[in-house]
Design a binder for this molecule. Sequence first.
Ligand code: SAH
Length: 233
Amino acid sequence: MSNVDELELDKFSQLAHKWWDKESEFKPLHEINPLRLGYIDDRAGLAGKTVLDVGCGGGILAESMALKGANVTGIDLAKKSLKVAQLHSLESGVSVDYRCVAVETLAEELPGHFDVVTCMEMLEHVPDPESVVRSCSRLVKPGGWVFFSTLNRNAKSYLLAVLAAEYVLGMLPRGTHEYGRFIKPSELGRIARHAGLELEDISGMSYNPLTRTYVLGNDTGVNYLIATRRPLA
Ligand code: SAH
């Protein structure tokens, strides 16, 4: 049984040509990218590391990590997105190894292979997020870092991430996010611990509508990042 929602993949495939358009539906991902990149690099030190980006899409985070000197592999199951990612990498000259493979399959192939695993804004699009977290845990070396980001589940995230972003402001296409799949930080923390990962930090990425910028901080109400590590032995 595969851990994929084909409708979700279709949504991303249809938008794939827009991955690198900073004014498109992917604008929020471009805007939060420097924050999450800094968050990851501050903790894991990306230069020279072997990194896996799970659900890499068009490669926004993957390329930026490669620019920091990491040796990055990006995986996704939306073929069109991977094509766009590959083309962009050729154009930018920032090399990333892109593969169309399920994280569960790669975990069988390369257990304990990566220094760092990142999985951003992806868990809320899959039927079984726990299986993704377990696979990420298997893929990382003992002592290595695993980072996740996703959407919290509460009235505020529903208002902002679904109603405002999709229906009022039209920032995202309707149906981009399914509220029932949002995950509370406490739930993700528990899932990570069950998968053998130690929780190091939870931080929020919040949007200030006045300055129209995102900031990293304590407000985990809508979008948040968690940093975890696989114990050394
Ligand atoms: N991580 C990227 C893209 C986030 S969008 C970023 O933050 O910039 C969510 C991505 O998850 C899409 O590229 C989508 O194709 C991918 N995705 C959804 N379900 C997936 C699955 N089951 N396996 C792998 N990737 C999946």
